[in-house]
Design a protein around this ligand. Structure first.
Ligand SMILES: Cc1ncc(COP(=O)(O)O)c(C=O)c1O
Length: 361
């Protein structure tokens, strides 16, 4: 009898989340040294975090003491930045953790979660872990959400509708009026604004008007803190209170809490990096558009989604990886012939375009 027999039977075939490969695991397997890898596969910020963060962490005297479990100072500073009451705010070990906690809080086995595919993978990951039922509403050919179809899919068992804005991996926005249509149904709507600082479109002003609205954001992208894992959610007050109760104690570590404080004292610096990335996004898009075998989708984010024609996208991903350029490939229905490129520095754009030309002409 193997110990595997004890595993919940619905998890036996669970595939897990397929995360982007870490550069260090590629050591010796590709044509370039790890230090020369161009990592444009996880929408990270190539300009890094605020220098204030490095300085504060280098001198922080109390890593031996647990962080404030109630996240009081952290939530207060996020409240100031997000323009929402701190009683509504909870920080997570990445916004991933808040997605997971919310699903665990609301979704009983057999309850339904509406997911507008293709989209970010964690919504389905955590729904499956909770034995919820994923109701997948495919986006249209331009990856817009079919709002009428989403509304028609709502049943008494629907617990959450996820709207990623802008969407990952496709980069496009859902118009505010469409989100309002969903909010008017009364079902909890999670608007995941992980890339808000790049799109500048937010539903945050409607917090307070709609008690079924939840907004998620992260410090991973604009603030360059992906490695420290910190995101936040703005919830109805009662839900925030419950999320605080069910989260693991000390879920946001001291380094992350210090880093957020310093980042929020250096917003102008960080937004200047965001501006550089937005400018580079436009340059990268223009360069990609000149490649005849790529179809480039419009984006309001820090990445660009492309359909690959004539070349196998999975092979292209592998070939780029061999040459030290990491990009994101999704082995999923409808996007098996697509690649997502995160926006890097100008020299990353140049190297990518040169290598794409070498591979595909
Ligand atoms: C749409 C979306 N939501 C949430 C996240 C998770 O971010 P975090 O690093 O805060 O967990 C990501 C990260 O890629 C994302 O693309």
């Amino acid at each position: 009898m193997g110990i595997e027999k004890l595993i919940r039977k619905e998890l036996v075939s669970f595939g897990g989340y397929s995360a982007a490969a870490s550069p260090e695991v590629l050591e010796g397997k590709i044509e370039v040294a790890v230090k020369d890898i161009i990592k444009i596969d996880a929408n990270e910020n190539p300009y890094g975090c605020s220098p204030r963060v490095n300085k504060a962490l280098a001198h922080y005297p109390q890593f031996n003491i647990y962080p404030d479990d109630g996240q009081e100072k952290l939530r207060q500073s996020i409240a100031g930045y997000a323009g929402a009451d701190m009683k509504r705010i909870v920080a997570g070990n990445g916004s991933n953790q808040l997605i997971d906690l919310l699903i665990r809080l609301l979704v009983n086995p057999g309850d339904e979660v509406i997911n507008c595919t293709p989209t970010f993978g964690i919504y389905s990951f955590s729904t499956k872990l909770c034995n919820g039922i994923l109701v997948e509403i495919p986006r249209d050919d331009n990856f817009n959400i079919d709002i009428a179809k989403v509304k028609a899919a709502i049943t008494p068992k629907t617990k959450i509708i996820f709207v990623t804005n802008p969407n990952n991996p496709t980069g496009n926005l859902t118009p505010q009026k469409d989100i309002v249509t969903l909010l008017d149904t009364g079902v909890p709507v999670v608007v995941d604004e992980a890339y808000y600082e790049f799109s500048r479109q937010t539903i945050m002003p409607l917090i307070g008007k709609y008690e079924n609205l939840i907004v998620l954001r992260t410090f991973s992208k604009w603030a360059g803190l992906a490695g420290l894992r910190v995101g936040y959610g703005v919830f109805p007050e009662a839900i925030a209170d419950f999320i605080l109760r069910i989260k693991i104690p000390y879920n946001v570590n001291v380094a992350a809490q210090v880093a957020v404080g310093e980042s929020l004292r250096d917003v102008d610096y960080l937004l200047a990096s965001v501006q550089k990335l937005i400018a580079e996004r436009e340059r990268l898009a223009a360069q990609l558009q000149k490649i005849s075998w790529l179809r480039v989708y419009p984006t309001q984010s820090n990445f660009i989604f492309c359909r690959v024609q004539n070349i196998n996208a999975k092979d292209l991903h592998k070939q780029l990886q061999m040459k030290g350029i990491l990009v994101r490939y999704f082995d999923q229905p409808r996007i098996q012939d697509c690649i997502r490129f995160s926006v890097g520095k100008p020299e990353h754009t140049d190297a990518l375009i040169k290598t794409l030309r070498e591979i595909g002409g």
